[in-house]
Design a protein around this ligand. Structure first.
Ligand code: AMP
Ligand code: MG
Length: 486
């Protein structure tokens, strides 16, 4: 196990030079304090969990100190925001500190979000607030624990620095980890500024370090796009299966690695609602829950456009056509497992869709439904869940089919229940739970956010004494308005 002094750096992205990023030093926060740290994320860097108590972590994670091998850089990118092209975005309030190599030989980007202004800050102050930093921290670690690919979070530091949003708030920083911070928008930036040489350099960089299998292929770039599309489809399938709503699927928030990235006004569904819009500023519902599938496809088309100097359009189009079938296969596979099935059968898709239709408008809690379905034999479970539905006749018809489908598979009841408990979380990051922990943290009490993080990092396990986190949300908790300002 390592200490902070033992980390080794290999800053591959920084070495690409000033065309791709700008050297900027972090601007420290006043009187920093550690709010919460993730032992699981520390372990990715082979760091001892006790590093969370090392005062130097707070110094580094609040911009007051730097490893000698770190080379902080702000990356340039652009992107489509709510469907319109914004030619210049970039790291306006985050810095890539460097790339750590762990003992397994993996590279991890260390990114400090909220580190102060950069050449890409535009009108912004370069800061992040405690509220949004805690939200990103909780979500990254929880999604990972659910099996949803995501960037990771090492720690959040709070401070006495005042940051002005709709009201004065406490400034904070989030230390984020990912194998890469390259976004779809990086490619768009070099494409739309007609810097095709730089575009090729970026492409080669990403292929070499993150998609090396493509180099075995006769058309590496064609295969690369296909691989990004496959990973994105798999990620979206998991979002939809678990009820995760990202909220700001702009192309600058889409990771080239197909991991969930840049958390803003996200939410997990409480009651199932396909049309749920978690972003209070998204008036048209562009990024509603059900639109995430076509929007991911749209975003992939924006990436494909940026690759046209190097890949034939027909090739890109052929890959684009694979998105929906790939997405659907992944989604259906996970939904089948959530229902306790092990075999794929004709009619499964219709069975899942009918269940979601019955849930729509019935105020059925999405997470609890599946967990409870797996806690008893089908007959008993269905009987208990029946009362939650408005269309009882519709539910009874569905339940008869579900029972028949389960019986046809046979198998042991205990196995079924154990299997279902491994894919259906007991605990989910509900907005109101995050909100309660944030309010405590804003008042200086970090115990609730630490406890919530601990519970959510083992979402499938029964955790005696933590039952309150698994309860149905209170009515007020279902209608929190989460704004984009962070
Ligand atoms: P986001 O909505 O966090 O994905 O950010 C979109 C763009 O705005 C990115 O280029 C960010 O770096 C930039 N940005 C967001 N908030 C700030 C801020 N407070 N100061 C400077 N830039 C910001
Ligand atoms: Mg962003």
């Amino acid at each position: 196990m390592k200490t902070l002094d033992d980390l080794r750096f290999d800053n591959r992205f920084a070495r690409l030079g000033d065309t791709f990023s700008t050297r900027v030093l972090p601007q420290p926060l006043d009187d920093p304090q550690l709010v919460v740290a993730s032992a699981d994320a520390l372990a990715l860097l082979d760091l001892d969990p006790a590093v969370a108590d090392d005062p130097r972590l707070v110094q580094i994670a609040s911009g007051a100190a730097l490893w000698s091998e770190a080379e902080p850089r702000a990356m340039v990118y652009s992107g489509h925001q709510f469907g319109s092209y914004n030619p210049r975005l970039g790291d306006g309030r985050g810095l890539l500190l460097g790339e750590v190599i762990n003992d397994a030989g993996e590279h991890w980007d260390l990114h400090l979000k909220g580190a102060g202004s950069t050449p890409y800050s535009r009108m912004g102050d370069g800061r992040a607030v405690l509220r949004s930093s805690i939200r990103e921290f909780l979500a990254s670690e929880h999604l990972h624990a659910l099996g949803i690919p995501s960037s990771r979070a090492l720690c959040v530091t709070g401070s006495d620095t005042v940051v002005y949003r709709e009201r004065p708030e406490r400034g904070a920083m989030l230390m984020r980890l990912a194998h890469s911070h390259v976004r779809f928008g990086h490619f768009e930036y070099f494409y739309y500024t007609r810097q095709h040489e730089a575009l090729r350099t970026l492409l080669d960089h990403v292929v070499q370090w993150h998609y090396p299998d493509c180099l075995e292929h006769p058309e590496p770039y064609t295969f690369f796009f296909r691989a990004v599309l496959e990973r994105t489809a798999a990620m979206i399938a998991r979002w939809q299966a678990y009820g995760f709503c990202h909220g700001v699927m702009n192309t600058d928030n889409m990771s080239i690695l197909g991991i969930t990235f840049d958390f803003g006004p996200y939410a997990f569904l409480d009651d199932f609602d396909a049309r749920f819009i978690c972003n209070h500023s998204d008036d048209s519902g562009r990024y509603s829950f059900e639109n995430q599938v076509p929007i991911a496809h749209w975003n992939l088309a924006a990436l494909a456009q940026a690759l046209t100097p190097f890949v034939e359009v027909e090739r890109l189009r052929a890959s684009m056509d694979l998105f929906l079938p790939l997405y659907e296969a992944e989604w259906l596979d996970l939904m089948r497992r959530r229902l306790g099935f092990t075999l794929a059968q004709e009619g499964d898709k219709a069975l899942v869709q009918r269940l979601l239709q019955l849930m729509q408008g019935s105020a059925v809690d999405y997470t609890r439904f599946f967990r409870e379905l797996g806690e008893h034999a089908p007959e008993a479970a269905l009987q208990r869940l029946r009362n939650e539905f408005v269309d009882l006749a519709g539910f009874d018809a569905w339940a008869a089919e579900y029972r028949a489908r389960s019986e046809a598979e046979g198998g042991d009841q205990a196995d079924r229940q154990a299997r279902m408990a491994q894919v259906n979380p007991r605990y989910i990051l509900r907005n109101y739970l995050a909100q309660q922990a944030i309010e405590a943290a804003e008042a200086g009490d970090y115990a609730p956010v630490r406890e919530l993080h601990r519970v959510l990092s083992r979402p499938f396990d029964e955790q005696p004494g933590m039952e309150r986190y698994a309860e149905r949300p209170p009515e007020w908790g279902k209608h929190l308005e989460i704004s984009c300002s962070s």
